[in-house]
Design a protein around this ligand. Sequence first.
Ligand code: G6P
Length: 361
Amino acid sequence: EMAKKGGYPHYMIKEIYEQPLALKSTFEGLISDETIIEAADLISKKDKIFIAAAGTSYHAGLVTKYFIEKITGRAVYTFISSEYKNIEYLVDNDTAIIVISQSGETIDTIKAMRSSKNRGGVIFAITNVIGSTIGREANYVVPMRAGPEIGVAATKTFLTQVLVGSMLAVNLGKSIGKINETEYNQMINTLSYSPNIVGSSISMTEGIMKKLPERFSSKNSIYFLGRGLGVPLAYEAALKMKEITYIHAEAYPAGESKHGPIALIEKDFPVFFVVTKDTYEEIASNIAEMNARDAYTIALASEEKLENLQPRLTITVPKVDLLLEPYSLIPPIQLLSYYTAVVRGLDPDKPRNLAKTVTVE
Ligand code: G6P
């Protein structure tokens, strides 16, 4: 059993550590395949761009939306697969739908895909299983190449989805004419560093992430706050925490935390800030608001930001380009949930009531 887990006590921690390797194979696959370039050319001509996904894949969809909008200036709508019925009437033959599914078998995402296809939409799928229902039925398929993921809580499949989504955003930028050849090559080169960034983020944060859970593993609630790109990363952090530790975790855009969540703050309530580029000034004031109410504020931030933030604890991650921030900020978040589950005596690989693939509506 230990051998199958490569010497690790759980699949989840093995899969967290496998991320540099997984991302390397994702990246190499992406640059040796023309599918994403062809798909981007077609998608760039469509009037509407939608993204459909569930669970962690939905969060990868929100990150993809962020980068497509930032790079191309085109608006993207990301929706939760089970909500497709509320927007399906918007889909026509001038719509591209990006479906993201690790398994390619999530029933809600299959239904969203089929409904969109019937209405003339062109389907671009990001999946880890090429032979899956979604892999077979989509018009374009780009594999994540993460390798099998056994842990129920998605880890390496999240960042590999984000890498494919980011690569699509860069290709769309070029097809639309928003970035030139030089900028395109620079961005691709930047993304080639994603495996290294995950590696250094893990080594920079694993020590503190092993110790930190002792401080709050007995808490009933925890908040994750961010702005901009930090919002979907905070959503993913809260989902991981709920899934495997059963601690109530909620994610919010930091600015919106004043409209409700702050009412629950009392002494030592843990509040995590996921600090991405361009959000620093505003996040600093949200940290101050939480400090004033005696929350236990923790900031995940890159080195450059350190001296200006005033959280009770700062966890330093590598300083990187915006395109690479998911790879520096997500590993400590995954380690935090993992070690919290372990401290609470839970099996992170087999969370109660959850399934790896959800084939019922
Ligand atoms: C389940 C799994 C999650 C996953 C979600 C979507 O809830 O436990 O880890 O993110 O399904 O699965 P998919 O295979 O479509 O990405």
